[in-house]
Design a protein around this ligand. Structure first.
Ligand code: GDP
Length: 443
């Protein structure tokens, strides 16, 4: 395989013949992937140019610069600001004003963020540190995790909103790429608050726990404390960020990754000032009557391992995991809660005949459904008509009965009257007769 050029797009060490030979195929492997597509694997014997892709990428990245957002969570006084300044080798926080004893103590966890533009050997980095002053400082820390989780989610929401806009050219990534969780150097085990907060955070961010101010513990205490913390984390199924492993990793890289992971939670010492060791070296560290604790010395603390994970070797992996796993999970859960579901068919390989058959079946099903609906509507209409007819029939019967009854009544009345009249007539004729008789007698 051609090796990438360090200096230019068309390397001078390539001979014209070798460039012509770029079209020659050395070996051809035809592989078939799962979807039945043939993949031809070809080894080129000459220079084509795409081996320069990493260099193009490098140049582009230098041009656009990088950004990294880290959140620090832990009780005040555990050395959060000192550690951030130690990590990036500059005082990031403005000097703190002395608090008067009478000063009012805030009642909730605040979220403060500080950004700085850093440059190292031409590479620009916009670093944002999100601090959580007040965390764990109250008598009741029951809901201390809430503002932290809310802040992380708000950042995801803002990113999701930006992604859904018509113009996505300049999306600013304000998502938290890592949380450094500071564990107090008690030497016992994790506190309930530590477990509660880490449980709430671990599925939303890359969690990196550190033992703060580890210079106050002996080596043996640190080993035992780390073991207890790891057992607690395992027991509560709290996931931590782990450096991913790749096929191309050399044995050395693999070993380095294993060592880094074995040191979690990192035992940390922070110091921004330089001190002189008894043997005359000037180092970053903390000076005690019994000697100097060096920040950048692997035998004294795990600072270098933390820096490797967070800054030097795996910053990009932290960002990638945030984007591809943590944000993706949050995003799909959020969209599903809003009733938007993923159409799985978009991921399927399309077979035209199968697709046509599927569409035909779908069409058939649609027709059957329409027919059934029409039949139902028709039956409904017929039933309604029948009901109406029956109702008017009943009404007619009722009216007929009523009329018949009233006619019967009229007839009965008339017959009664007739009988009455007739009986009156009989009485009158008898009286007339008797009157006639009497007249003849008198006369
Ligand atoms: P924050 O409130 O968590 O940001 O803590 P600071 O960074 O302001 O540190 C509080 C105090 O702890 C300061 O006096 C620091 O000098 C000191 N400190 C910071 N890191 C360490 C450490 O690793 N070991 C020891 N012994 N002291 C530290």
């Amino acid at each position: 395989m051609a090796t990438p050029s360090e200096s230019s797009d068309s390397p001078s060490n390539q001979k014209p013949e070798s460039r012509d030979a770029s079209i020659l195929i050395d070996t051809v492997d035809v592989l078939q992937n799962g979807s039945g597509t043939n993949v031809v694997r070809r080894k080129l014997t000459g220079f084509v140019g795409f081996s320069n892709l990493p260099i193009q990428w490098h140049r582009k990245s230098i041009q656009s610069g990088f950004n990294f957002n880290v959140m620090v969570v832990g009780e005040s006084g555990l050395g959060k600001s000192t550690l951030v300044s130690t990590l990036f080798n500059m005082p990031l926080y403005p000097p703190r004003s002395e608090k008067r004893p009478s000063a009012e103590i805030p009642k909730t966890v605040a979220i403060q963020s500080i950004s700085a533009d850093l440059e190292e050997r031409g590479v620009k980095l916009r670093l944002t540190v999100v601090d959580t002053p007040g965390f764990g400082d109250f008598v009741n820390n029951e809901d201390a995790w809430r503002p932290i989780v809310e802040n992380i989610e708000q950042r995801f929401d803002a990113y999701l909103e930006a992604e859904n806009k018509a113009n996505r050219a300049n999306i600013v990534d304000n998502r938290i790429h890592a949380v450094i969780y500071f564990i107090a150097p008690t030497g016992h085990s994790l506190k309930p608050l530590d477990i509660e907060v880490m449980t709430k955070l671990h599925n939303k961010v890359n969690l990196i726990p550190v033992i703060a101010k580890s210079d106050i513990l002996t080596d043996e205490e640190i080993v035992a404390f780390k073991a207890r913390i790891r057992a607690d984390l395992d027991h509560h199924k709290i996931n931590l960020f782990e450096t991913p492993r790749y096929e191309v990793d050399s044995d050395e890289t693999m070993e380095e990754k294993t060592t880094i992971i074995s040191k979690i939670p990192f035992a940390i010492v922070g110091a921004t000032s330089e001190v002189t060791t008894p043997d005359g070296r000037v180092v970053r560290g903390r000076k005690y009557p019994w000697g100097v604790v060096e920040v950048d010395n692997e035998d004294h603390c795990d600072f270098l391992k933390l820096r490797a994970m967070l800054v030097k070797n795996y910053m990009e992996e932290l960002k990638e995991y945030t984007n591809e796993v943590l944000y993706e999970n949050y995003r799909s859960a959020k969209l599903m809660a809003m009733g938007v579901s993923q159409d799985q068919s978009v991921f399927k390989e399309v077979n035209p005949a199968l697709k046509q058959e599927e569409e035909r079946a779908l069409h058939q099903a649609k027709l059957l459904k329409m027919e059934a609906e029409m039949r139902m509507v028709f039956q409904q209409k017929v039933a309604e008509k029948e009901q109406r007819l029956k109702q008017s029939e009943d009404e007619l019967f009722a009216r007929h009965r009523e009329m018949k009854e009233s006619l019967d009544k009229q007839r009965r009345d008339l017959e009664a009257k007739k009988a009455q009249i007739e009986s009156g007539r009989i009485y009158m004729s008898t009286e007339e007769k008797s009157r006639k008789k009497g007249f003849s007698l008198r006369s």
